[in-house]
Ligand binder design. Sequence first.
Ligand code: ADP
Ligand code: MG
Length: 620
Amino acid sequence: MAPPLPPLTASTPLLHGEFGSYPARGPRFALTLTPQALHIQRLRPKPEARPRGGLVPLAEVSGCCTLRSCSPSDSAAYLSIYTYPRGRRGGRRRATRTFRADRAATYEENRAEAQRWATALMCLLRGLPLPGDGEITPELLPRAPRLLLLVNPFGGRGLAWQWCQNHVVPMISEAGLSFNLIQTERQNHARELVQGISLSEWDGIITISGDGLLYEVLNGLLERPDWEEAVKMPVGILPCGSGNALAGAVNLHGGFEPAVGLDLLLNCSLLLCHSGRRPLDLLSVTLASGTRCFSFLSVAWGFVSDVDIQSERFRALGSARFTLGTVLRLATLHTYRGRLSYLPATLEPASATPTHGLPRAKSELTLALAPGPVPPLAHSPLHRSVSDLPLPLSQYPLGSPGSPEPLPNPSLNGGGPEVVRDWAGAGDAPLSPDPLLPSPPGSPGEALPSSITEGSLKIPTSSGVPPPPADAPGANSTCGPSDHLLPPLGAPLPPGWVTLEEDFVLILAISPSHLGADLVAAPHARFDDGLVHLCWVRGGISRAMLLRLFLAMEHGSHFNVGCPQLGYAVAHAFRLEPLTPRGVLTVDGEQVEYGPVQAQLHPGLGTLLTGPPGCPRRKP
Ligand code: ADP
Ligand code: MG
């Protein structure tokens, strides 16, 4: 077998060649493929002094295919690349770039050249190594990953199904991903579905809704008798809900500018077309009744949970419901007496520079969300029979990505009937391990004990806690890991815990960075830092200051506001005991029974499909 290429830099040329255009009368181009971009330079009729629009970053490419002309006299083969560049107004638009491989005398030779380019592109998108000796053939590509897509048609403003049909399905078809699409019919439908699936049949489960549907899926997986294996199933999120916090964090991890609405969906869909995953921390939450659930996002009490639940009636506004809810709730600001105890985590001084000053996403309040044009579907491989897709299946012509039969041409620079699809970027070889799978978190560096920090940030390390002993107390469930750091609720806490008893405006325990698509509550948090980030606001804060905090949170700069009532700590576990008789508690935005609650973080228990990490954005 050919040795793999030596480590590539972003600008290493992998392929270089001359192509014509479609239609054939158009200009000729020199194409160069590097690990991060396709460089296009016009050669004829007039070479460009400065190439314009000649750089296609692979981060904006969903996939590619090769095509053949319907005319038997045309010996050229065609390479179509599906791109989603940002337009002048910032939103992404689909654009197909088609090139004509016509330097050889026969169609077979031209096709081999087009396939070489398409294979190399698909390998780069899927993070697969390219062989060193230049032998690039479609056999290099393993079979397409099989995804189970679950759509909540009532997610957000009720646009989830429409957006899925118009944007998600075309894009992941272009990526050559194999998928099955299921509409949820009721609350907990997704939870039940994932309890019954055969794990070996799927490479990932993707929820298309808000954070609530993924909450159902993760809890469903952890309720299975084989939970240890099930919870490792890679999960992904495509944001079509009103609360899209995890998608906001995925978008940031992928190196995209902050986005909301359709822009956020397109960014996350692009990331899904590229391989890449991270371990996902999950919080095991025990409620007053002893019920346990698993959270990937947050436990909230006070202002945040009040806004979340009371703004349900403004669901038609999408994520703007939270903005309106915040304004209304500010008018009747409450404080709640409670006790917050936590097991502090350690802090790493080396990384104590928070990611402040994130660029601002366009607010969804002002965003006009007109659905884009519906691109015709190339093919949509529904190769499982579990689909209860309510669409007539004839709308989705069946065809495996490696199918030798030419499929109807999707849309080719305006969509002429003269060219037919030849190959769409996936072979039938067995799936190989994901080369982008990160190695387990490294050992922690020099660590300092944590302290409560007020109005300023200290950055935690992913320091480990001792592994659970076999007879750990708090092992309160047959499914899911035992909470060895937690005594039963009501029993005294062990030494080493910190307790605060105060009047609080809010308490928020958050695992990833985002509380909403454009709310960065814990700017330095990572999916797998092994930490729960505790934020609280004490009573005595003015309405104006609380509003300032939430506005600053859009940039993740609320710790710079200098608010004396704002507190922050990182922890491995916490307990929250409300002393005010009435209030609202939420876990991942879903209301749960009100009363004492405690939780332990399980580092990297799940797996999140994130796409490859992007370059970290510079501070403005
Ligand atoms: P949003 O962010 O818009 O609230 P979520 O994904 O959080 O979107 O979903 C909201 C709630 O809808 C979740 O509790 C979920 O369980 C529930 N749900 C899922 N599918 C359906 C359905 N078909 N009908 C009604 N509710 C559903
Ligand atoms: Mg975390």
